[in-house]
Design a protein around this ligand. Structure first.
Ligand code: ADP
Length: 499
């Protein structure tokens, strides 16, 4: 028997057994309450470390520090200075990719191959892209038609103190999507990271300090959503909140923002359609459809979880995706061969298990997966196998609600009109996929889908240059692309009346 023994990376020095502190005004401090909580490794259920439990009192201090930093030299820093600093941060992140990736893997279970890809690819690339954007910020010169010798121009100014609130599903990347645009725009930031996976952002903040980021420009508060998160979202001296998370929490954020009419960016949930026409290249579409939903154990807002397959190829296609699912290596995320790691927590495992039970109870058939894995070493971790439900109807719970687990709900469709109507019959509108070899079909369907992103003959493609963000209840505002920085800028019109 061939027993596979992966070489495990050494525990990062950052996990030194000392409870992690909050970063406020350039100092690492305990929570005002003195409280801390533990964070677990979802692959084993073992405690990894303790982190400070920040709450409203710590958010007050962090916002005050961010305001002081914004009113200080940072608020007047030249774009090129910010660019230089951001490039230094990118270099330091690049030099520490292995550690950043390992922290993501240990804290939330993302397979190491994937966390290495994210840290070395999108994380570093986003800092570098945003560094470039910092020196490209510009307003317009305008020529009003009113009588007189009048000129107007617009100034793009940093919006001020920003609250970033992020989920756990990709700690390094989520932190990057808040820190990089804020720095590029010249804002200051209070980052509230997710309680399930706080460690990577703390290490990244250390690296930002090492790169020379002035005190108070980036503050990191760990703690719970209902306390620290809610306090940040409601804070009177926060000018903008950029939130990534569930649609339900998005509603809380909107309500909390009403007090001082904060600007918001909301990247919320999804139930994205992935549409396979009968002329698609199935060699590409089978793995494409599988990984659109199974990557990161389905814990991705953009996951293509509603798989619509044209009726003529439905049986063959779903059987092939099911075979692909069964062949994926599920297990220890530290093993480089692992493709599917555990889900983030016991709570998430229970939620997903509830959906698996609902799928079967409502009459869908699991062609692959279908129940939690408990064999051998997997018993202590939170493992859900890649699952493909066939025979799903549009009104089933598993076809309507975001599961946030490795679960595909497959449905047959007849033609373009049928599939477009059903694909759009959702409250969400984050992303979508179309697989076809007919450019006209690709064009027609892309235009009719109500989603912020359409991938044709691919899925999950992301790049710092391309904007990402939802339609409908998937939120508003864009991240990535030049629009990302715009979200952190205020536009001021200056009128010059020449006397
Ligand atoms: P998920 O279900 O993926 O954990 P959430 O929307 O609950 O998504 O969490 C995303 C982030 O929002 C986390 O940092 C969490 O602590 C925070 N959060 C949760 N509830 C609130 C709230 N009421 N106000 C502000 N932030 C919150």
């Amino acid at each position: 028997m061939n027993i596979h023994q992966p070489i495990r990376p050494a525990k990062p020095a950052f996990l030194d057994g000392k409870a992690k502190k909050l970063l406020i005004g350039g100092k690492w401090v305990d929570a005002q309450s003195g409280k801390s909580f533990t964070t677990k490794n979802p692959a084993t259920g073992e405690v990894l470390d303790a982190v400070a439990e920040g709450d409203a009192a710590d958010i007050d201090l962090a916002v005050a520090a961010a305001r002081r930093a914004f009113d200080g030299p940072w608020g007047r820093a030249k774009p090129a200075e910010r660019q230089k600093l951001m490039l230094r941060i990118a270099d330091l992140l690049e030099a520490n990719i292995a550690e950043i990736a390992l922290l993501d893997t240990l804290d939330m279970g993302m397979p190491l191959a994937f966390s290495n890809y994210v840290a070395s690819g999108p994380v570093v690339a986003t800092f570098r892209f945003c560094a470039g954007q910092a020196v490209a910020i510009h307003g317009e010169t305008l020529y009003p038609s009113i009588p007189g010798d009048v000129l107007a121009y617009t100034l793009k100014e940093p919006i001020g103190v920003v609250g970033g609130i992020v989920p756990w599903n990709g700690p390094a990347f989520n932190a990057t999507w808040k820190i990089a645009p804020a720095l590029a725009a010249g804002c200051t930031l209070v980052l509230k990271v997710a309680e399930q996976a706080s460690l990577t952002a703390l290490r990244m903040a250390e690296l930002c300090q090492e790169a020379g980021l002035p005190d108070g420009v980036l503050n990191v508060v760990t703690g719970y959503g209902e306390t620290a998160g809610a306090a940040l979202a409601a804070h009177r001296d926060v000018d903008k909140v950029s939130f990534t998370g569930s649609t339900e929490t998005g509603r809380h954020i909107i309500r909390a923002s009403a007090g001082n009419i904060k600007k918001l960016t909301l990247e919320l949930g999804g139930k994205s359609p992935n549409i396979v026409f009968d002329d698609a290249d199935l060699e590409q579409a089978v793995p494409g459809a599988a990984m659109a939903a199974f990557g990161n154990s389905g814990q991705v807002c953009l996951a293509g979880t509603r798989l619509f397959v044209q009726r003529g190829i439905y049986d063959e296609f779903t059987a092939r995706v099911a075979d692909f699912a069964k062949a994926l290596v599920v297990g220890d995320p530290l093993d480089p061969a692992t493709m599917i790691g555990p889900v983030v927590s016991e709570e998430q495992l229970d939620r997903i298990s509830g959906y698996l039970a609902a799928g079967t109870a409502e009459g869908a058939e699991a062609l692959a997966g279908g129940a939690r894995l408990t064999e051998g070493a997997l018993a202590n971790g939170y493992y859900v196998p890649p699952t493909l439900f066939s025979g799903v109807r549009d009104d089933m719970t598993i076809a309507r609600e975001e599961i946030f687990g490795p679960v595909i709900s497959a449905m047959a469709f007849d033609d373009i009109d049928d599939v477009v109507q059903r694909a759009n019959a959702t409250d969400f509108g984050l992303a979508s996929g179309v697989w076809t070899s007919n450019i006209n079909v690709a064009n027609k369907v892309s235009r009719r889908l109500r989603a912020g992103t359409v991938w044709v003959n691919g899925y999950s493609l992301m790049d710092p240059a391309v904007p990402f963000g939802g339609y409908k209840m998937s939120g508003y505002g864009k991240e990535s692309g030049s629009a990302h920085i715009d979200e952190y800028l205020a536009s001021k019109a200056v009128w010059i009346n020449t006397l």
